[in-house]
Design a protein around this ligand. Structure first.
Ligand code: ATP
Ligand code: MG
Length: 370
């Protein structure tokens, strides 16, 4: 799939932008704080309805703007198609249109314009807390499996409501009567989520092991283990078994959740570990090993999408190449000869000859050349 044209209005620092892209490499250059990452964010959002960095939709609307618009024309499934988003700062429901027809949920455009993002923060993904690792898995899975996207949205919604019950039950004890209903729904949807994740992480780990092996000259063996709630003995078990094991788990924590007023455990705390030849990367990995393993994970994510969809997903490289030494840069650059790629950088450096260069200054194009 290819993004051919993009129109932005009041998105982040872009008042208005009209751009056409190269089907190969697009290099986005500009000094700091000019809007390079914002542009990648818009492209990522267009295809999946999720921002890789904003917490709230309102952040995406330009300061003082009434609404933001992201409109893209793309070639997907061998057809010319379009996706259009309208986002509001006020919390009003966003609008999504596919080929001019209104759609209710982001899962309805799943797979039309998948993308893989790689940014400098990702280089630490295997070292720190679990949230960015979960986000990596969720972003890929939501694009691959519309049903997963729907399940995760539902799970997050119920979890939100349950959190409110846990916070307010002391003032309003009647709320406790509806808590079991929420817990039951969490178990059912949670089981589905675990089941999807188990399969995804297995495939991701295998593909990443291939890249890491190639990269390290076969010296290190990469392996990835999915970790979920303690009562789940086999995440590949049938949904009914997973649901039962989640019930057991929630029962064990029922009291503790009431006392603490928080949703303590569940699939929303899932994680994965990476080992290199049996040694935990998180605990013992060197900086170089961590970088190589992360690149392998990202390339694996892209490969899974390509395999599943039969087309190359967009690759969004935000400032990441400048963080890599020449050997690792080459490894990544060798992988971008296929598919459409968007690279941001402060300096064009060694990438200029690759495709189209777009120069940005304060949310405007100052130069765009083939
Ligand atoms: P760097 O090279 O430092 O990464 P960048 O070109 O990637 O810079 P962006 O992250 O795209 O820069 O952000 C550019 C500017 O956008 C920031 O100065 C920020 O204040 C501004 N900005 C972010 N959100 C909004 C918004 N909702 N309305 C207006 N401006 C915004
Ligand atoms: Mg940036």
């Amino acid at each position: 799939m290819k993004l051919n044209e993009l129109y932005l209005r009041d998105f982040r620092n872009y008042q208005q932008l009209n751009l056409s892209f190269d089907p190969g490499v697009n290099l986005i250059v500009g000094r700091n704080a000019q809007g390079k990452t914002n542009l990648l964010e818009a492209i990522g959002y267009l295809g999946c309805g999720k921002s890789f960095r904003a917490q709230k939709t309102s952040e995406l609307v330009r300061f003082g703007g009434d609404f933001a618009e992201i409109h893209g024309k793309l070639t997907s499934q061998q057809r010319q198609q379009s996706i259009r988003w309208v986002l509001f700062p006020s919390g009003r429901q966003r609008i999504l249109e596919r080929n001019g027809v209104k759609k209710r949920a982001s899962s309805e455009i799943s797979g039309m314009l998948p993308s893989v993002l790689f940014c400098p923060e990702d280089l630490m993904i295997l070292k720190g807390g679990s949230a960015p690792r979960r986000r990596l898995g969720d972003q890929a899975l939501c694009q691959l499996r519309p049903n997963y996207d729907a399940a995760l949205t539902e799970y997050t919604r119920i979890l939100d409501q349950k959190s409110r019950i846990l916070k307010d039950h002391r003032e309003n004890p009647a709320l406790l009567e509806i808590l079991p209903e929420y817990n039951e729904r969490l178990c059912q949807v949670g089981a589905l989520i675990i089941s999807y994740r188990a399969r995804f992480y297995e495939a991701l780990g295998q593909a990443a092991a291939g890249y890491h092996g190639e990269f390290s000259g076969g010296a290190e063996e990469f392996s990835l283990q999915y970790k979920t709630v303690s009562t789940v003995t086999d995440p590949f078990a049938p949904i009914s078994v997973l649901t039962e094991q989640l019930r057991e788990h929630l029962q064990c924590h029922y009291r503790a959740e009431l006392d603490s007023g928080n949703c303590l455990t569940g699939p929303h705390k899932d994680d994965f570990d990476v080992d290199l030849t049996g040694i935990s990367l998180k605990l013992y990995g060197s900086q170089g090993q961590t970088r190589t393993a992360t690149i392998s994970l990202k390339l694996a994510q892209r490969e899974l999408m390509r395999r599943e969809m039969g087309e190359e997903p967009l690759l969004l490289l935000d400032d990441v190449l400048s963080e890599l030494d020449p050997g690792r840069q080459d490894f990544v650059l060798n992988q971008i000869t296929k598919g459409q790629v968007f690279i941001t950088a402060c300096e064009p450096g060694r990438f200029t000859k690759l495709g189209k260069t777009i120069e940005i200054q304060q949310g405007q194009i100052v130069q765009s050349e083939e």
